[in-house]
Design a protein around this ligand. Structure first.
Ligand code: PLP
Length: 466
């Protein structure tokens, strides 16, 4: 399989290069040259597989020649070996509907499903090239801890994660700073999340620094993250359909950067019998406005009870746009230019109808989120994180839809306590965090200070491990 850019400016590359590239060198996102189409027989056969065996089948056509099958099998086993549930992403029946629990990984949020795999892919490809990779990112919470856990202790990789000092939840901060592996560097920036993003952007734009130090990113535009997330749509369908190809399943997906719901769309394009895909957003409703009107226009970013979805411009949206525009990079560039000039883009009536065929969408307020946590708890004691509650509320008219449970409720206990007055019991990875040793440097909100720290750290580690 080869990969192309949504903007048409990248020569076709293989899987390994696509994973290592992250964002396309032309600023576009990488997409497969063609989407494999599965037969009914294949779907039926896959419905009986374990999560790990299914993961190998789903990934194999995308990985192609980049890795022998035995290595892919080992890599998948290793990636999902640290999940605390034997099924990795179980489907449970609670309060009258199915939930796809995606929070049994080492940091208790769904990003582990993709970032455990991505960390091992990085390690595998780097070892083969005898190369090095330095990862730089900013986080407001979930991504940072999942990315750190995905690469901790891995040879050839150093990770630098910036968070705004005192502005991420104490649990999320400890999940990052209690990781003491020598290749993990936490930086608490004296500023806001926007400051951390601005610094990361400035360092990526410093081309000499980027080249000399081989900087890469782990944000949600990496192709491997999308592919990893398609696996659990197949898995959930297998559990609910019993392998009957006529059985269609709907999914409600709490959405921020459009990564998770795009993975569902991709699974459907591959032939998975999905009925409705529901885009569930909080008050940051650019995507639900787009589905309703065909106009994509950023508004102000609001802080809500579901902070991992406090996003206006969704970084994976360009991948969907590329398919909506019939895989025409020139048309993608034209619409993005329109967005750049006027602050919005609009698709025509025919395409707007296709969007409405692909997705339902609903924006959910904080008050509705709290009410949903309460309602589901009262119906039988099942606890939701606020993101999952957004998904559940958006699917109120679809009682059969599977809601993706994207984080463990204990990770967002403030919202849960506000809703029902009870503190959720922490799962094993969140226990005892406050008592553990931490390591973190504090720096002013200046790109210069961060790049100096990175140079010193990397030059020292190069002297110690030449
Ligand atoms: C990141 C995140 C989301 C949003 O996922 P996207 O792929 O950005 O749409 C939802 N819920 C939780 C708990 C998250 O951490």
């Amino acid at each position: 399989m080869r990969y192309l850019s949504t903007r048409g400016g990248v020569e076709p590359v293989g899987f390994a290069e696509a994973v290592m590239m992250g964002l396309g060198t032309d600023g576009g996102l990488l997409v497969p040259e063609h989407i494999p189409r599965l037969s009914e027989d294949t779907l039926v056969a896959w419905s009986r597989l374990s999560f790990q065996a299914l993961a190998v089948e789903v990934l194999a056509p995308f990985v192609g020649e980049a890795m022998p099958r035995a290595d892919l099998v080992a890599l998948v086993e290793h990636s999902y070996g640290r999940f605390s549930h034997p099924e990795v992403t179980p489907v449970v029946e609670q309060a009258g509907r199915p939930w796809l629990e995606l929070f049994h990984g080492p940091t208790a949020a769904f990003k582990d499903v993709a970032l455990q795999l991505l960390g091992n892919l990085f390690e595998y490809f780097i070892a083969r090239e005898r190369g090095v990779l330095r990862i730089l990112g900013a986080t407001s919470g979930d991504t940072g801890s999942a990315a750190i856990d995905g690469v901790r202790g891995k040879a050839g990789i150093e990770i630098f994660i910036l968070h705004p000092k005192g502005r991420v939840s104490p649990i999320q901060e400890r999940q990052m700073t209690t990781v003491l592996d020598a290749n993990v560097h936490n930086i608490a920036v004296e500023g806001t999340f926007d400051d951390t993003q601005r610094i990361v952007k400035a360092l990526f734009n410093d081309l000499a620094f980027k080249r000399d130090y081989r900087l890469g990113a782990v944000n949600s535009i990496n192709l491997a993250r999308i592919l990893a997330q398609t696996i659990y749509y197949f898995y959930a369908w297998g559990r609910l359909s019993g392998g009957d190809p006529a059985h269609r399943v709907s999914f409600s997906v709490p959405t921020g950067n459009f990564g998770d719901v795009f993975a569902g769309w991709l699974a459907k394009r591959m032939g998975l019998p999905i009925d409705r895909l529901i885009i569930a957003t909080n008050r940051n409703d650019i995507l639900s406005r787009f589905v309703a009107s065909g106009v994509y226009r950023a508004g102000e970013v609001y802080h809500t009870l579901s902070p991992a979805m406090d996003i206006q411009l969704a970084s994976n949206f360009e991948r969907y746009l590329y398919y909506l525009l019939d895989q025409d990079p020139a048309a993608v560039r034209a619409l993005l230019a329109e967005m750049e000039q006027t602050g919005q883009l609009q698709v025509d009536g025919e395409r707007q109808r296709r969007v409405a065929e692909d997705f339902d969408a609903r924006a959910v307020s904080d008050a509705e989120t709290l009410a949903e946590i309460r309602r589901v708890y009262q119906a039988g004691g099942y606890l939701l994180c606020p993101h999952t509650a957004v998904g559940a509320r958006a699917a109120a008219d679809h009682p059969d839809a599977v809601v993706l449970a994207t984080a463990h409720p204990a990770k967002f206990e403030t919202a849960v306590v506000e809703a029902i007055g009870i503190e959720p019991a922490p799962p094993p990875p969140l226990r005892g965090l406050l008592e553990r040793e931490t390591r973190c440097v504090e720096l002013p909100a200046e790109a210069e200070a961060v790049s100096r720290f990175m140079r010193e750290t990397l030059d020292t580690s190069a002297r110690e491990h030449p």
